[in-house]
Design a binder for this molecule. Structure first.
Ligand SMILES: [Zn+2]
Length: 546
């Protein structure tokens, strides 16, 4: 009798243990891993923030998600989201995004640490940032030091109030200050350097870009670039990326071609593929829309560039986000006086091209979502319909990729790869540990998981209403924590983690002593010893010898 009791107790106890084998059990989903190409119906057990098991066997968990009919994919990684703010998070998870990073613009160097601290324990998604070339220039050339938010309307104040950052060739001393500002950001753990040189054009010398990439290369980190001539035609766009890639090849430093969904994209893609084949860690990203978004006073929209040089008409390409009306030369001039940083939509590619972009191997998705202007009073739970309008890529980019893949017979694994792995892999190759364990559905990886219905997943955001949430993505897990269940985002601000390099102590920045820094055409520094320098030392990683 006693033994029977013990037996019953043992059975009961072990079944209780079984019931809590995993924190979350995801059952009967189609598990897809873009790295191993695993594509199978299986159960996934999540424990302590990691994918503990992927198995055909029955498993149980404290929480159970029935994923029948759903794809169980690596959480979507958006490497190009300019709005990493509380009010954005619900829309991000509705679109399946588990990591959002602003790699193109970034934060001011001394503010990188504050960017991360401000978001710790306050975000359901992972977050990361570059150090900003633009803000380093605004600090040195315009005297800006206050950055309330890293890149919200307050951050963009430099674009409205001053143009030194855009148009000025720095002296050697100022150039060193710019580089020192960026160096500080890298020491504070920024993922790489963001450069919006396309908003500066010839205000920035080739030498300055080269030195930026050299500095990034010292840390093994990328430059993410809005190319010098973007937007442009199929010659200017390509030459803009060739500048970056030539430097990357010469210096052995990583590089990201930001939103190359522009004229000449197939050429850009071939350059990236061939350079990767030769061992260079360079990659590119696109957003699935044929119109871009920027502010009305963007330098490349000046009539001399946009109309005269590129041959566009304002009436066909420049649309006001709020009114939905196209600008004319006159109405643009009037609005510039009233509201220079007014958000606009810029048409630049035919609609058919989008599907073509989604077929490109190795390319990642970066939404280029912009901060909402104005964002006063926007909170975590502000209803989506109360948001002011913005470009639809803010809310719909990732679901749109999946919808277009379905409608155009693009293999689902290609779409899953673009939305996650293609950003994680090259960032991981830079030595970024947090990205070596994301973007993959494998045992031992971090449990950032997005579950979507391949038959129904779709975007809803349009140019008329850019903040409508995507649907068909019912469940999202970040670091093992369920942050969305049955399409209802949960306020799990404990889930998101920083995507960041380790902080390094204050270092001594080595100033450059290059003659000809400000010259329009690069003069060979006297101390440059030509090809013999390449023979004798690792020129690329050490910078100039003096
Ligand atoms: Zn850009």
């Amino acid at each position: 009798m006693k033994n029977l009791n013990l037996l019953l107790f043992t059975l009961l106890f072990s079944s209780m243990v079984m019931a809590q084998q995993y924190d979350v059990a995801i059952l009967n989903g189609r598990v897809m891993d873009p790295e191993t190409m695993y594509d199978n119906i299986a159960n996934v057990g999540v424990k302590d923030g990691r994918i503990a098991i992927i198995t055909k066997d029955n498993i149980t968990g404290k929480e159970t998600i029935d994923a029948t009919g759903l794809v169980v994919a690596p959480g979507f990684i958006d490497g190009h989201q300019h709005c990493i703010e509380t009010y954005a998070y619900r829309l991000m998870v509705r679109d399946g995004r588990t990591t959002i990073m602003d790699l193109e613009v970034g934060a001011s160097g001394p503010n990188v640490d504050a960017f991360y601290k401000d978001r710790e324990g306050k975000s359901p998604v992972n977050f990361g940032i570059s150090v900003a070339h633009e803000f380093a220039r605004a600090t040195v050339l315009d005297g800006f030091t206050e950055w309330k938010h890293y890149n919200t309307p307050d951050g963009f104040v430099s674009r409205a109030q001053a143009q030194g950052w855009s148009k000025t060739r720095p002296t050697l001393e100022q150039g060193n200050q710019i580089l020192a500002n960026i160096d500080e950001g890298l020491r504070q753990g920024a993922l790489g350097i963001g450069s919006t040189v396309g908003y500066m054009r010839e205000g920035v010398s080739s030498r300055e870009i080269f030195e930026l990439q050299k500095l990034g290369g010292k840390y093994g980190r990328y430059i993410a670039m809005h190319f010098r001539n973007t937007p442009g035609n199929d010659v200017q766009e390509v030459s803009g990326i060739q500048e970056m890639l030539a430097n990357a090849a010469a210096l052995g430093s990583p590089a990201i071609a930001c939103h190359f969904n522009n004229p000449g994209y197939n050429m850009v893609h071939e350059l990236l593929v061939r350079m990767r084949e030769k061992g260079n860690n360079v990659w590119g990203e696109v957003y699935p829309y044929n119109a871009g978004s920027t502010t009305l006073n963007a330098m490349f929209l000046e009539p001399e560039i946009w109309v005269d040089a590129l041959g566009y008409k304002y009436e066909e390409t420049l649309k006001d986000v709020e009114t939905g009306e196209f600008y004319t030369v006159e109405s643009r001039k009037e609005m510039l006086k009233k509201e220079p940083t007014r958000p606009i939509i810029v048409y630049k590619m035919p609609e058919e091209a989008i599907v073509d972009w989604l077929k490109m191997k190795g390319v990642a998705i970066g939404s280029d979502g912009m901060p909402i202007i104005p964002d006063d009073g926007l909170e975590w739970d502000t209803p989506y319909e109360d948001f002011p309008n913005t470009h639809p890529r803010f809310a719909g980019s990732f679901a749109k990729v999946l919808r277009l893949a379905r409608e155009n017979n693009i293999p689902l694994m290609q779409a899953v790869s673009m939305t996650s792995y293609n950003y994680a892999k090259p960032l991981g190759e830079m030595g970024l540990k947090s990205m070596q364990v994301r973007g993959r559905m494998q045992e031992g990886m971090v449990a950032d998981i997005t579950m979507f219905d391949p038959e129904t997943v779709t975007d809803h955001a349009t140019y008329a209403k850019g903040t409508l949430p995507s649907t068909g993505i019912p469940h999202v897990i970040v670091n093992g924590i369920i942050v969305m269940r049955d399409s209802e985002p949960l306020k799990r601000f404990d889930a998101g983690q920083p995507i960041r390099f380790e902080v390094q102590g204050k270092g001594k920045f080595e100033p450059l002593t290059i003659e000809g820094w400000t010259q329009k055409f690069y003069a060979v520094p006297e101390d440059f010893s030509g090809t013999s320098g390449l023979d004798c030392c690792d020129f690329g990683q050490e910078g100039h010898e003096h």
